[in-house]
Design a protein around this ligand. Structure first.
Ligand SMILES: Cc1cc2nc3c(=O)[nH]c(=O)nc-3n(C[C@H](O)[C@H](O)[C@H](O)COP(=O)(O)OP(=O)(O)OC[C@H]3O[C@@H](n4cnc5c(N)ncnc54)[C@H](O)[C@@H]3O)c2cc1C
Length: 422
C-alpha cells in the first residue's frame, strides 16, 4: 500500500541518522514524502559492535530492495544459544525454531549494518546532510522546524531520532530531562577470532560455523558470539556499576578490570576476555530513562522516536527493532493522514506505539533479573526456565500492516468529538 502519488508532498525533517532516523526517512520516502535527514556526525564510520534485530525488524529490512542480500553474509548465523553457569557447567541449549516462524532476525556489527541501511537510504533518494547538529526545535500550528549550524529549516513535521541523549526531549516535555545510570555497565568487544582459534579452550567457538553462548552468574551475564562463519567474534559482559553517566559514558575498557569482574568464573570466560586486543574493549555505561509521559510536542508537529523516546536495556534485545518500528509507523500515519492532518498522524503514531513499546521495554528488565538473580537449584530442576523469551506478540509483528490496520480507528478516537459519538 505504498504510493508515490500523494497529491501534496508532506515535508519531513528527520534529526539523527541512526536506525530510527534512517528507517523513518526510508519509509517516509517510500510513501511519497519529501525527506531531509540532519545528522551531527561528520562522516559515516563503522561505529559500535554487536547489535541485534528481531523478526519484527526483519520484516522491515526484507521490504528494502537488496538489503537482506547484503545483510546475510555479515550477520551471525546459528539457530541456538548454549547457556552455562559461571563455573562453566552447561545448563540449557535454546534452539531458535520459533525464530523462523516469527520472522528473520539479523545480528551483526552495528557499523556494518548501519552502512548498508545508510546506503540504501541514499539509493532511494533520501537526502542526508552530515555535520548538521540540531541545536533548537520549534513549532507553530502549521509547521515545525529546527536550527542547525545557524540555519533555520522548516517542514510539515520534525521527526527527532537523536538518540538516548536527545535534546528534542526538551520541547516535547517542556523541561530538561537528563539520562540516568541504569546501575549497570557493559564491557563489550568486537575482534578478529584468530587468537581464539589457536586456544584449545575457545577454538570450538570459532571453528565449524557461528556459535552463541551465555554464562550467567550473580548480577552479571556474559554473552559471546562468533560471526561471519567464525571469522569475527563479539562479547558483552553486563555487570553492576556505580559510575556517573554524566562523567563517563563510554570509555576504553581495561582487560584486567574486565577479568576482575568475573574473577572466579570459568577459565573459558577469562580466555575470551584475555584474547581481546586492548584497543577493541569498550566500557559502556548503560544509560536509562524513565518512561516519558509523551513522545510528541504540544502542537503535535514534532515526534520523538527510537532511543530519544524510549531507551531499552540490552536484555530486551529490542531497542533497535522498536526504533525501526517507530519509523515505519510514523510513515504510515503521515501517508494516511495527508498533509492537512499532520498533527493527527503524529498523535496516532504515539497512541499506536506507546503500550507496545512499554511492554517490550519491560521484557529487558525481566530477562536481566532472571539471569542476574538465578537460583541455580531451581534452574537445574527446570533448565528451560533460563531461556530468552521469544514471544509471538513481540517478534511476529509487522509494524506496517499493524499501522495500516489501526490508523483509522486510532485517529477517530483522538478527534475532539470522539467521546460524544455513540
Ligand atoms: C555511535 C553509536 C554506536 C552504537 N553502538 C551500538 C552497539 O554496538 N550495539 C547496540 O546494541 N547499540 C549500539 N548503539 C545504540 C543503538 O544504535 C540504538 O540503541 C538503537 O539502534 C536505536 O537507534 P536510534 O536511531 O534511536 O539512536 P542512535 O543509534 O543513538 O542514533 C541517534 C543519531 O542521532 C544523532 N544525533 C544526536 N544528536 C543530534 C543532534 N543534535 N543533531 C543531529 N544529529 C544528532 C547521533 O549522532 C546518532 O547518529 C550505538 C549508537 C551509536 C550512536
Amino acid at each position: 500500500m505504498t504510493s508515490s502519488s500523494t497529491p501534496e508532498l508532506i515535508s519531513v525533517i528527520v534529526v539523527g541518522a541512526g536506525f530510527a532516523g534512517l528507517t523513518a526517512a526510508i519509509e517516509c520516502k517510500r510513501k511519497g514524502c519529501s525527506v531531509v535527514v540532519l545528522e551531527s556526525f561528520k562522516e559515516l564510520k563503522p561505529l559500535g559492535d554487536i547489535i541485534s534485530f528481531g523478526g519484527n525488524a526483519g520484516h522491515i529490512f526484507q521490504r528494502w530492495s537488496g538489503v537482506e542480500e547484503q545483510l546475510d553474509p555479515i550477520c551471525h548465523s546459528s539457530d541456538r544459544i548454549a547457556f552455562y553457569d559461571y563455573h562453566g557447567d552447561h545448563i540449557y541449549t535454546q534452539v531458535w525454531a520459533d525464530g523462523v516462524e516469527y520472522g528473520k532476525k539479523f545480528n551483526g556489527h552495528r557499523g556494518e549494518i548501519h552502512e548498508i541501511v545508510y546506503n540504501h537510504a541514499l539509493s532511494i533518494g533520501v537526502e542526508i546532510k552530515l555535520n548538521r547538529k540540531v541545536t533548537e526545535y520549534f513549532e507553530t500550528d502549521t509547521e515545525a522546524g529546527v536550527i542547525t549550524n545557524g540555519e533555520k529549516i522548516t517542514a510539515d513535521v520534525v521527526l527527532a531520532a537523536d538518540g538516548v541523549r536527545s535534546t528534542a526531549r526538551k520541547i516535547v516535555l517542556g523541561y530538561e530531562d537528563k539520562p540516568k545510570s541504569s546501575g549497570y555497565a557493559i564491557y563489550r568487544a568486537w575482534m578478529p577470532s584468530d587468537d581464539l582459534a589457536k586456544n584449545p579452550l575457545t577454538a570450538h567457538l570459532v571453528n565449524d560455523g557461528d556459535k552463541h553462548v551465555g554464562y550467567l552468574g550473580p548480577d552479571i551475564h556474559f554473552l559471546a558470539a562468533s560471526i561471519k562463519n567464525g571469522k569475527d567474534f563479539s562479547w558483552v559482559l553486563t555487570h553492576k556499576d556505580k559510575a556517573d553517566v554524566e562523567e563517563s559514558w563510554s570509555a576504553p575498557g581495561d582487560i584486567e578490570d574486565a577479568v576482575g569482574v568475573v574473577d572466579c568464573w570459568a577459565p573459558i570466560v577469562h580466555a575470551i576476555i584475555r584474547a581481546t586486543p586492548q584497543d577493541k574493549l569498550v566500557d559502556w555505561k548503560l544509560v536509562y530513562r524513565d518512561p516519558l509521559p509523551t513522545w510528541i510536542s504540544p502542537k503535535a508537529r514534532i515526534a520523538l522516536l527510537g532511543d530519544a523516546a524510549h531507551p531499552f536495556l540490552p536484555t530486551s534485545i529490542q531497542g533497535a527493532s522498536q526504533a525501526m518500528e517507530d519509523g515505519v509507523t510514523l510513515a504510515v500515519c503521515l501517508e494516511l493522514a495527508g498533509k492537512v492532518n499532520v498533527p493527527e498522524a503524529v498523535r496516532a503514531y504515539e497512541k499506536i506505539r506507546y503500550d507496545r513499546v512499554r511492554a517490550a521495554q519491560k521484557t529487558g528488565e525481566t530477562t536481566r533479573d532472571k539471569w542476574h538473580k538465578t537460583d541455580f537449584d531451581r534452574v537445574r530442576a527446570n533448565p528451560a526456565s533460563i531461556k530468552l523469551p521469544r514471544e509471538k506478540w513481540l517478534l511476529d509483528h509487522d509494524a506496517e500492516a499493524h499501522a495500516y490496520a489501526m490508523y483509522a480507528d486510532t485517529a477517530a478516537s483522538l478527534r475532539p468529538d470522539a467521546e460524544a459519538r455513540p
